[in-house]
Design a binder for this molecule. Structure first.
Ligand SMILES: Cc1ncc(COP(=O)(O)O)c(C=O)c1O
Length: 362
């Protein structure tokens, strides 16, 4: 008997495994697993969201007109070339659906954000991973993997879960050596946290080239992960393609209103940046003091490498018993490491105290 069959590739997808938000039997957990901001959403964003509740019977603005105008002003972008989505995940999926399919290749770097591989596999394309140098994307290795089948190259900058980044000059070199019909997608989900002079999120590069797209999210520094809001800055032809493919009302109105308010709350953004600038190095030093390798990170998280897989796993399990949730990285082929988000001071102290107890260093 024949049964309905999905398109090629769908059943090859290993579904995305997200971070935990609860532990059985533990009332107050410390969640350091999903790179969410510990400072919560902006008060202004919460108020805008609550106000939008009174209009829940209305369809949202399907063009996200005010949100795109605010983004355009805030980032110096052409609002006509901004496409919003339900999280940057949706925008990334739209790009993959629009530009690749069976027989095509989607290139990413070995420990790059896992969603690229998942979505590429789901449309029947082949996800191709290029080797890295010291957990950092390697432009030469990426270029060496380009074939006539390559349709898209994804680069998370900074990258999740490694925390590493490429300077602007390297991204430019990557783009300059790609064929013109290959789309380079710079995923700058953590751009707001980066405080390096040689970094740029990619806006100018999008303005200069017809084959570069930048994606951004409201899930990290803006503290709006729950409402699902992201955007892409694109060449005009790419924006046109995405607008044909996306759902007509893909971004809900409360999300649009909260997003605008969050963008305008520069005080909240600056507080988040200052918090991260202080506690990211503190966490790296504290983990180093416990004998772990804290890989350099420019995001709001870091990769803590243990001496071996067993010790990473037992630390993860012990932390869970203490109500502290970190992220295991077996699916990234980094089973000897845990990814830890920069939380509140009290949360980070609880984490390092627990690790010290577990490692017999207290
Ligand atoms: C590099 C990177 N890109 C994209 C996303 C997806 O973010 P969103 O919540 O906007 O879908 C994440 C989320 O963790 C991420 O780390």
């Amino acid at each position: 008997m024949s049964t309905p069959k999905p398109r090629p590739g769908v059943m090859n997808v290993a579904p995305y495994v997200g971070g935990l938000h609860s532990v059985d039997g533990v009332k107050d957990v410390i969640v350091l697993a999903s790179n969410e901001t510990p400072l919560g959403p902006s008060e202004h964003a919460m108020r805008a969201y609550e106000k939008a509740a009174r209009e829940l019977h209305r369809y949202p603005d399907g063009h996200a007109t005010d949100l795109r105008a605010t983004l355009g002003r805030r980032f110096g972008c052409d609002k006509e070339r901004i496409v919003c989505g339900a999280g940057s995940d949706e925008v990334i999926q739209l790009l993959i659906r629009a530009y690749s399919g069976p027989g095509d290749e989607v290139l990413y770097s070995r420990h790059g954000f896992s969603i690229y591989r998942i979505f590429a596999t789901g449309v029947g394309a082949t996800a191709v991973a290029a080797p890295e140098k010291v957990l950092t994307a390697d432009v030469d290795a990426l270029l060496s993997k380009v074939t006539e089948r390559t349709r898209l190259v994804f680069l998370a900058n900074p990258n999740n879960p490694t925390g590493s980044y490429l300077p602007d000059s390297e991204i430019q070199r990557l783009r300059d050596n790609l064929p013109d019909d290959v789309l380079l997608v710079i995923d700058a989900a953590y751009a707001e946290y980066v405080n390096r002079n040689d970094y740029s999120a990619g806006i100018e590069m999008v303005d200069r080239h017809d084959n570069v797209v930048m994606t951004r999210t409201f899930s990290k520094i803006y503290g709006l992960a729950a409402v699902r809001l992201g955007w892409a800055y694109c060449p005009a032809a790419v924006a046109d393609v995405l607008n044909r493919l996306r759902g007509p009302f893909n971004v809900n109105e409360p999300a649009q209103r909260a997003g605008i308010a969050a963008l305008e709350d520069t005080k909240h953004i600056e507080e988040s940046q200052a918090h991260n600038a202080k506690w990211l190095p503190w966490l790296a030093t504290a983990l180093g003091g416990l004998g772990l390798t804290a890989h350099p990170s420019v995001g709001n998280f870091l990769l803590a490498q243990f001496p071996d897989v067993k010790s990473a796993e037992s630390a993860y399990d012990y932390l869970l018993t203490q109500g502290i949730i970190t992220r295991k990285l077996g699916s990234y082929d980094l089973p000897d490491s845990l990814r830890i988000t920069v939380g509140l001071e009290s949360e980070l102290r609880a984490l390092t105290d627990a690790l010290a107890r577990h490692l017999g260093r207290s």
